[in-house]
Structure formats: C-alpha cells, structure tokens
Design a protein around this ligand. Structure first.
Ligand code: NAD
Length: 308
C-alpha cells in the first residue's frame, strides 16, 4: 500500500496529561476523605541512588505531584557508591513504618548493585512498582487487589480511553522488561487480547507490528517504529523516553510518520509519562486505604467509575 493510501486516519492524539490530571483530582478527593474518616495521610517513600540525571528528574516530578494532591512524599537519596546492604536497611526501616504506605526504589540502580534481591525485600503491600515476585505472580493469576506496575497500568488506561472492546484484538507489545513489557502483556491478556511480546531478539519485527490492532512500544530505541510498520487504524502507545543530544525528549515511535495511519497515538512527552506518576499515586492511596482495612477500588475502577 502506498504511503498516501495508508495515511487515511484522522489520528486521535491521546492526551495523557489531561487523563492523568483527571485521575489525580479523584485521588486527591479520596486522600482528603481518608484523612477525615481515618486520620490517615497516604505516604510514599522514594529511594533514589544519585548519579542518574533522568532518574533525578522523574523523582522530582513524583514528589511534586504527590505533594500537590495531599500525599506525603519522603525522599531518601543515597550516594552512587552506596552498598546494597544500605539500601536494604532503608527498605527494612520503611517496611516496618506503619505511617508509610508505599515504597518506590527508583531504577535503574548503579551497575554494582543487583536490583532483584532489593526489589524482593520490599513488603508486597508497599511495593508500588509491583516488582516483588508475589505481586508479579498475582498479576499472572489475574488477581485484582495487589499493586500493579504503574507504567503498564497507565498505558491500559490510555488504551481504555479509545477502545471499548478489547476482545480478540491482536496486541503487540515491543519490549519485554519486568517493569513495562511483561506486565503490559499480562494486562492485555486479561483484557482478552491475543498478545505477542516482541523483544530485541524477535525476528521480522515489522511483520508482527503490521498485524497489531494495539501496539505498545517500550524499548528505549528512539524512532524504532516507522510509519510503514503500523497497521492502519491501530492504537499506538509510545512508552519510550530518550533524551536527545539537543535536550529534546523523544519516544520509540516516529510520531510524524505514524500520525495519519494509527487511529490513536500517544505523544512523547505528554502521553504515558504523566500516567505513570498518576498510577503511582493511585497505588499509594490504595495501599493506605488497605492499611486501614477499607475495601478499596482498584485504580481501574477508580478511573472508570469516577473520571470518565
Ligand atoms: P529495558 O531496557 O529494561 O527493556 C527494553 C526492552 O526492549 C527489552 O526487552 C529489549 O529486548 C527490548 N528492545 C530494545 N531494543 C529493541 C529493538 N530494537 N527491537 C525490539 N526490542 C527491543 O527498558 P524499560 O525499563 O522497559 O523501558 C523501556 C523504555 O520505556 C525506555 O525508553 C524507558 O525510559 C521508558 N520508560 C518510560 C516510562 C514512562 O513513564 N513513560 C516508564 C518506564 C520506562
């Protein structure tokens, strides 16, 4: 098909910032209610190992949004040469602090530290990125009450803003990390999609992506997805964030090429990023509500029931 023939879709640019702000307003209302009824202020602890500029910027955003919606945010910064045992001690302290409801260990960690044992040390009910094996396993079992990884949760909410029936759609997730690609594939399976999870060793990626009704791309490989790799009418979610030499941020999808082919597309910035933060806040609120024995709505219900 020629490029002109393909460019027939009036692509909806999904406004992640707007959807995130809507969700945050609802979280702020519920946070206020929790404080009035139970005297509990949802509290999030973030551990940042210094030395990664991008991580520092993300963490600053997270702290700012938390404070703006009434969630108490504590930041523990550690030096780049920190020992794993020191991080473990911090996690242990927060695990045992009844006034702290969520813990986020900002990734990536420096190369000398193995993140796996530390992520397993986070108490499952406080594990805001859902990287504890128990939470990952519960996702596999389609359980609903555990925290769900923030970025895939945000991507699904963005998809739900443009798709009403996911049943039988072919979803291709490019990227298979524990943080994004794998939990994303699980969430789309739960929506009854037929899911293909591609990664760096996938052969003939183009042929796969061209079959996708839903295409979620999380590789960190800027411009990987060209216009001719996208099925006309597909919904495309770009998770990638790469800072270019000139300081601009770009995604994994060639936005200008895919616009006009996809039916819906997220921009970078302003797409998935704000949703990741909003979902972190939702996980923190939910953990605080659960700590008070409140039967809480999942973030999906929170959004679907109150924000649409
Ligand atoms: P990662 O490096 O852990 O995993 C990348 C995955 O992509 C791997 O499975 C790898 O096999 C695959 N991959 C890499 N290059 C590929 C290629 N050319 N073709 C096919 N597959 C390829 O990264 P991650 O933590 O999953 O993050 C991915 C991207 O998403 C990064 O740009 C990261 O900055 C971004 N990110 C954004 C948010 C957000 O809130 N918007 C959150 C998390 C991650």
């Amino acid at each position: 098909m020629s490029k002109t023939a393909k460019q027939q879709h009036d692509t909806k640019i999904i406004d992640g910032l707007h959807i995130a702000r809507t969700l945050e307003r609802r979280i702020a209302e519920r946070t206020k209610t929790l404080q009035h009824t139970h005297g509990i202020i949802p509290a999030l602890g973030v551990i940042l190992v210094e030395g990664n500029e991008a991580s520092r910027i993300y963490v600053n955003h997270k702290m700012k949004i938390a404070e703006s919606i009434g969630i108490s945010a504590r930041l523990k910064t550690l030096p780049p040469d920190v020992k794993a045992a020191d991080i473990a001690r911090q996690i242990e302290g927060w695990n045992n602090d009844p006034e702290l409801h969520g813990i986020l260990l900002q990734l990536p960690l420096p190369e000398h530290i193995d993140s796996y044992p530390l992520l397993q040390a986070v108490a499952p009910q406080k594990d805001m990125d859902a990287l504890n094996a128990l939470n990952a396993g519960k996702l596999f079992w389609a359980q609903k009450k555990q925290p769900v990884s923030c970025t895939p949760m945000g991507c699904l909410l963005l998809l739900e803003s443009v798709i009403t029936d996911f049943t039988g759609l072919h979803a291709v997730v490019v990227g298979a990390s524990q943080l994004v690609g794998r939990p994303m594939a699980q969430l789309l399976l739960q929506k009854n999609c037929t899911v293909t999870n591609a990664h760096i060793a996938t052969r003939d990626l183009d042929a796969l992506t061209r079959q996708a009704d839903i295409l979620v791309v999380a590789t960190g490989s800027p411009g990987l997805i060209r216009g001719d790799m996208v099925k006309p009418g597909a919904a495309v979610i770009d998770v990638g964030i790469t800072r270019l030499d000139d300081g601009r941020i770009t995604g994994d999808v060639c936005f200008d090429e895919v616009k006009g082919i996809a039916s819906a597309l997220t921009p970078v910035p302003g797409g998935v990023g704000p949703m990741t933060i909003a979902c972190l806040m939702a996980n923190t609120l939910t953990a605080a509500e659960q700590s008070a024995g409140i039967k809480t709505e999942s973030v999906f219900a929170l959004y679907q029931n109150h924000c649409r």
